[in-house]
Design a protein around this ligand. Structure first.
Ligand SMILES: *[C@@H]1O[C@H](CO)[C@@H](O)[C@H](O)[C@H]1NC(C)=O
Length: 285
């Protein structure tokens, strides 16, 4: 009696584990390691990926598929200790001269000093839309979820589900919006000590190399994707939940908290940089 009950619950547990395995996807399924000659690696049957950086090279990976709209969660643990001069980038980008791009870049720092999260949006090959933040936690102590929600109405940057920035579709005001060019997901760890940390004043300390950033349990469910020009967009059943989302009042409150307390640079308030007037979208937020 007891033995068969145990057996049954074991079976149940096993099938649950299979289910979880299927729904979380794996880095093997979704990504190709494209840079770094062995410096980026996938472990734990596809649930963990690490990028490393040493004096010779950084490393990186990109998605197999291209996406046109999606909600993409990436769970990242950044380079710990003295990470000054290192940049961990996680971004979406299309190809060509008039490319679109949505950027998260994490600028390292000396031990105990804060990382900077640098964000940008390019449309039709034009960027210059930087916003920078400190984080309200230590991004090297554990994995945190960095999300790009990209739909026809807006691009929302979220950290652990908290919106930090929105780029609205302002086509009505003449601002190009990414909606025709599919993008791949890219991520890499590289050296940028000429500008990354405290404006380039603090250099990378190679005695700490190799530097390492980790990524975990990528969940390739909430996207519209294509595998080639011939195999066009297949949207997931889940897409309903984000395809027409904009921020609700609660989320606007959260974003205000982040922008009031943690934002350190906003191109939309940089009057010195834009003496001819701020970019159009800054007046239509
Ligand atoms: C590094 O720390 C310094 C001092 O706290 C700070 O000014 C800077 O914004 C931090 N981040 C980067 C990437 O330089």
């Amino acid at each position: 009696m007891a033995a068969s009950a145990t057996k049954q619950s074991l079976l149940l547990l096993a099938s649950l584990l299979v289910l979880i395995g299927i729904t979380t996807g794996s880095f093997y399924d979704s990504f190709d390691i494209t840079w770094g000659a062995g410096r980026a690696n996938i472990f734990e049957s596809g649930q963990l990926l690490t990028c490393t950086l040493d004096k010779i090279s950084g490393s990186g990976f990109q998605s197999k598929k291209e996406y046109l709209f999606g909600k993409i969660d990436m769970k990242i643990k950044l380079v710990a200790g003295n990470s000054a001069g290192t940049v961990t980038a996680y971004y979406l980008s299309s190809k060509g001269e008039k490319w679109d791009e949505i950027d998260f870049e994490f600028l390292g720092n000396v031990t105990g000093q804060p990382y900077v999260l640098h964000t940008n949006v390019f449309t039709g090959g034009k960027g210059d839309r930087e916003m920078q933040f400190y984080l309200w936690f230590d991004p090297t102590a554990d994995f945190h979820t960095y999300t790009v929600l990209w739909n026809p109405l807006n691009i929302i940057f979220l950290v652990d589900g908290i919106p930090i920035r929105v780029f609205k579709n302002n086509e009505a005001n003449g601002v190009a919006y990414p909606k025709n060019q599919p993008m791949k997901i890219y991520s890499s760890l590289w050296e940028a000590d000429d500008w990354a940390t405290q404006g380039g004043r603090v250099k990378i300390d190679w005695t700490n190399a190799p530097f390492s950033a980790s990524y975990k349990s990528f969940n390739d469910v909430d996207c519209c994707s294509r595998t080639s020009i011939w195999n066009w967009v297949t949207c997931n059943a889940n897409s309903n939940s984000w395809m027409w989302t904009t921020l609700n009042s609660n989320q606007l409150g959260q974003m205000k908290w982040v922008q009031d307390d943690f934002m350190i640079y906003n191109y939309c308030t940089d009057f010195k940089r834009f003496p001819q007037g701020l970019p159009t979208e800054c007046n239509h937020n």
